[in-house]
Ligand binder design. Structure first.
Ligand SMILES: Nc1ccn([C@@H]2O[C@H](COP(=O)(O)OP(=O)(O)OP(=O)(O)O)[C@@H](O)[C@H]2O)c(=O)n1
Ligand SMILES: C[C@](O)(CO)[C@H](O)COP(=O)(O)O
Length: 241
């Protein structure tokens, strides 16, 4: 039987970092309109443009009041209020909800990355299917990388003091992980369950599998596919869109 490919969009966050200082967001960042359309809707539409994706499953927080309007009229799209306290909890619950076979493919994409180009998405799927291996979009690090030193004494003038450099980190071989991240459903679900049982803090799907010795493919992503995280990112993303 042919393996299915479904997409999961974790959308149960609140966007705390996207709020300005002292100014909470009026609604979670994934519902903020970008050029007239909620960010979540744009992220889902980027996935729907790929014919190999059979269904898009959006996972939102319990009590979410915005998802129905944000996704109205989209084909091949369902949503469920199975969001958990962390992104990994949300993704795990969404895969459990999806009732997939262990060999079916799951492609996880952040609601906060509405700028995903069709070519980058196709590149990831092509590579994973051709090599029968899980993988993720990512970009090689272009800048010099510094690790901050442990916090020292605060400046006498008040205000938050700038941290100091502890060391420079060689950037050779360093990549910045993006989404989508694509894996077979069975191994991914097993890896996420084990990470949860062992209280391992994981921030993406690949790292759950890396803990178990898997070496996912690093497929070149795109600068346009950045994650809307900080207040200024909304304007920047609107320019790209
Ligand atoms: N408990 C959570 C936390 C995050 N996410 C989702 O994971 C994606 C990437 O997370 P991030 O950009 O960190 O979003 P937030 O958690 O909303 O942002 P912040 O950390 O600033 O609060 C987003 O689509 C977000 O909605 C989720 O589904 N469930
Ligand atoms: C999955 C991710 O987008 C890859 O860069 C990232 O790790 C999500 O991290 P966040 O802290 O939940 O934004």
């Amino acid at each position: 039987m042919e393996k299915k490919l479904i997409a999961i969009v974790p959308a149960a966050g609140i966007g705390a970092r996207a709020a300005g200082p002292g100014a909470p967001l009026p609604l979670p960042k994934q519902y903020r309109p970008l050029k007239g359309e909620p960010m979540l809707r744009r992220a889902v539409k980027a996935l729907l443009g790929e014919p190999r994706i059979g269904q898009v499953r959006v996972a939102v927080a319990p009590g979410d009041a915005w998802v129905e309007a944000a996704l109205s009229g989209l084909s091949r799209t369902v949503w469920s209020a199975c969001g958990g306290p962390s992104r990994a909890d949300t993704v795990r619950a969404a895969i459990e909800d999806a009732g997939l076979g262990p060999g079916d493919w799951v492609l996880v994409h952040d609601a906060a990355r509405p700028g995903l180009p069709a070519e980058a998405l196709a590149r990831l799927i092509d590579q994973c299917l051709a090599l029968d291996a899980g993988g993720l979009l990512a970009l090689p690090v272009a800048d010099t990388v510094k690790r901050a030193a442990a916090a020292g004494p605060q400046a006498a003038s008040g205000g938050a003091a700038a941290p100091r450099v502890g060391e420079s980190v060689p950037r050779d071989g360093l990549w910045l992980a993006q989404t989508p991240q694509m894996f077979p459903a069975g191994p991914l679900l097993d890896a996420l369950r084990r990470a949860a049982a062992e209280s391992a803090e994981i921030t993406d799907e690949a790292s759950a599998l890396e803990r178990l010795g898997v070496r996912p493919l690093l497929v070149p992503g795109s600068a346009r596919n950045f994650k809307v995280t900080w207040p200024e990112d909304f304007d920047l993303m609107e320019k790209w869109l």
